[in-house]
Design a binder for this molecule. Structure first.
Ligand code: GLY
Length: 374
């Protein structure tokens, strides 16, 4: 049965596009806005590694959120492939190898392995000939590596294109480039202003990444999201060699793509809304990747990519409705884990919109946990 609900989504990155697909495929009338093209913001900073067991630190709720979302990925991909036929999206369970290059890093990974064991996460430790056999391109200086077989990679650009296409095929309308900066709960819904015009929706989902802070909701302070720049490189070995796994060091991580290139990520820079690639950023990544995979010195540099991750003070998303504006739902601030958390975020927002159902995870990520959101 078709729902008559109308939902506006501000931001067509991976989060906005996942929510658009989830809602449109369930009969909601979705309008998806973006000030640029879909996927031009934080998605550009993503290497597409789904790695909650590296990204989450002991004690962080990110472990439970990330592990839950990781479990949803196979179905999420099956859904988008079904609804966007002809869109190839690379999604591979490569696993990750987190490499220790010093005594200190070895001790750190040993502690991490013990913690992951206590959390029931499948992993194993490789060193000596076993590490060389598994990852011969890793530097011979490596002291060992933590292997996490359930980690995966996904091609984010292709994914966003497929999600937007899937949403469109289910009836969503994509309006770009259009920036929405005024949102207000009114008597019969939520009003957005576009120039002189006002449009009313049942819900407005704000998923504008770092630009969420530019969207003003009447009477609500600026949303506490700030941009953290990530620069990434694409490199390619002349003979097509590259590691089979996603290899991580303390200064960079790498992602092997099916086209034979290797993505090297990523800088973490607090430089405001500056989306330039810089000599210092590229040099930092080049030094780091050669330290991890020495033969990268002979690889060609094919491209540099830049994106702005949306960060909050505790590095968890702002997710859920505002109590003062119940039709306004935040889905922003996913920082380093927007791709990983996209299926869970889309599911949580869909349940709110379709059934007014509050997922228990909302207690961890409510936008109102920060001062001023009451
Ligand atoms: N997800 C890894 C990063 O943001 O660099």
């Amino acid at each position: 049965m078709l729902s008559e609900r109308r939902v506006a989504i501000i931001g067509a990155g991976v989060i906005g596009a996942s929510i658009a697909d989830a809602l449109a495929s369930r009969g909601v009338r979705v309008t998806l806005f973006d000030m640029r093209a879909p996927g031009a913001g934080a998605s550009q900073a993503s290497a597409g590694v789904l790695a909650p067991f590296i990204e989450a630190k002991p004690g962080s709720p990110l472990l439970a959120l990330g592990a839950r979302s990781l479990l949803m990925w196979d179905d999420f991909m099956a859904g988008v492939r079904d609804r966007a036929p002809g869109h190839e999206v690379e999604y591979v369970r490569t696993g990750t190898l987190e490499v220790a290059l010093s005594d200190e890093e070895h001790a750190h990974l040993t502690t991490a392995a013990a913690w992951l064991a206590s959390e029931g996460v499948t992993h194993d430790w490789l060193e000596g000939p076993a590490l060389v056999a598994r990852a011969p391109m890793v530097t011979s200086a490596a002291r060992g590596a933590l292997h996490l077989p359930d980690h995966r990679i996904v091609n984010v650009g292709a994914l966003v294109r497929a999600l937007v296409q899937a949403a469109r095929l289910s009836g969503a309308v994509c309006v770009t480039p259009t920036e929405i900066v005024h949102v207000e709960q009114v008597r019969h819904g939520v009003e957005v202003r576009i120039g002189d015009q006002r449009h009313t929706f049942d819900h407005v989902v704000i998923a504008a990444g770092s630009w969420t802070r530019r969207v003003r909701v009447a009477g609500v302070p600026v949303f506490p999201v700030r941009p953290i720049r990530g620069q990434l490189l694409h490199v390619r070995w002349p003979d097509g060699a590259r590691p089979a796994h996603s290899i991580w060091g303390t200064r960079c991580y790498t992602v092997p793509w099916a086209d034979g290139s290797l993505l090297v990520g990523a800088t973490v820079e607090d430089v405001g809304f500056d989306e330039r690639a810089t000599v210092a950023g590229v040099r930092e990544l080049m030094d780091a990747v050669v330290g991890l995979l020495p033969s990268a010195a002979d690889a060609s540099l094919e491209a540099v990519r830049v994106g702005l991750r949306p960060a909050t003070a505790d590095h968890l998303p702002l997710l859920g409705p505002l109590s003062s504006h119940p039709g306004v739902i935040l889905a922003a601030g996913h920082y380093r884990n927007g791709i990983l958390l996209a299926p869970l975020t889309a599911d949580i927002v869909s349940k709110l919109v379709l059934n007014n159902e509050r997922d228990a995870a909302l207690d961890l990520v409510s936008p109102e946990r920060f001062y001023g959101y009451t």
